[in-house]
Design a protein around this ligand. Sequence first.
Ligand code: ASP
Length: 452
Amino acid sequence: MEKQQKMSLTAKVLLGMALGIAVGLVINMASLNAPGSFINDYIVNGLFLVVGKMFVNALKMLVVPLVFFSLICGVCGIGDIKMLGRVGGKAFALYMMTTAIAIATAIAIAATLGIGKGMNQTSDATFTGKEAPPLTQVFIDIIPQNPIHAMANGDMLPIIFFSILVGISLLLVGHKAKSFVEGAEIANEVMMKMVNIVMAVAPYAVFALIAKAVADLGIDLLASLAGYVLVLVGSLMVHLFITLMLVLKFFSGLSPLTFLKKIRNVQVFAFSTASSNATIPVTMKTVTDRFGVNNSVASFTVPFGATINMDGTAIMQGVATVFIANVYNVDLGIAGYLTVILMSVLASIGTAGVPGVGLIMLSMVFAQVGLPIEGIGLVLGVDRLMDMIRTAVNVSGDAVVSTVVAKSERKIDVSVFNDPDAGSIGPEDSLHIDSTVGAEMAEAIGATHDKK
Ligand code: ASP
């Protein structure tokens, strides 16, 4: 009975996803979502839209305080600044390495298959590129002028920087700061409980998000871009199931099968929100509770990865570059493709993991190698779905690197990783309020009043 309850959340989320796809497809295929129709106005763009957006907001609401408090606890938990530097260095190197391998593989697959050759370069859609920040500015902005501003904007790198600095300074202050650190520990626990509360409604929200995305999908577009879509999805799967799993096995010796089973929840969240950033709370929870990674590593590697690590996005850029170069009959040559690899890896550092950012990075890459930016219009129609799939790959990469780094630092509890049920708490278990707690809290508050 208890086990059944424990498994229920993952199962329910997967069920929500499957039902979302089914309902979305029915609405789409039967053209029930014609503009002005009841289904379009009140269900797809009413109920589904509202429920989905409220849920994404709820996840985003958790990100900044969760990262702030868990990083403070993480830094104080390590207590060793050298190790912090090592974790940062290893994570950065692995994130860059996997992203470079991802895009190189994608270019190789797409170029070998010659996608886009002989296609007509006409497209109704137009695309005007937005600017991605220059790399110099990215480095400058790591240090926030105003941490509150960075938090209000959700700018992850400056938030990480500030939180680590607070943690280090607390260690420097020493004994006097003990109650502050204990407070941060409690705040971190509170945030994790909030993650549980939000996750309890996830099955319904995932249903709404996916039903809307599938209902809105241009299925005819998907068919006309079948070559691009198939090569892209194929390359994403090669990276997820082969490259990342080889990296996991080779660097940590842990079981890829166990990893893949336990990461499913995170992938579904990433798929339905199309945002690595909004998925941070779920990634963090899974990496710590289900994989056994110590918070001192995960609190840093997860938000860091959500920002700088985008394997799936890099794969999209590789495939799109080959596709559009072929459609426009441009021969980029080896030097051109090497530039694409370098640009994508660098661009991933400065861009946040939010929906659609991959296209902004792509326009930056195109400008660099001289491909027509309006060519991006060709793949625009299918980008939302591709964004969902590549985001699932992005977050899987974050979890692989977090696990590998933790293993190398002996900051992982391997028995938790290997236990199939570890951390798979159902909402029923985690949202239970103890009957004595209310009275105790009231007493505590009364006592404070009395003191006054
Ligand atoms: N949506 C992706 C992410 O959040 C980024 C992208 O590829 O557009 O990771």
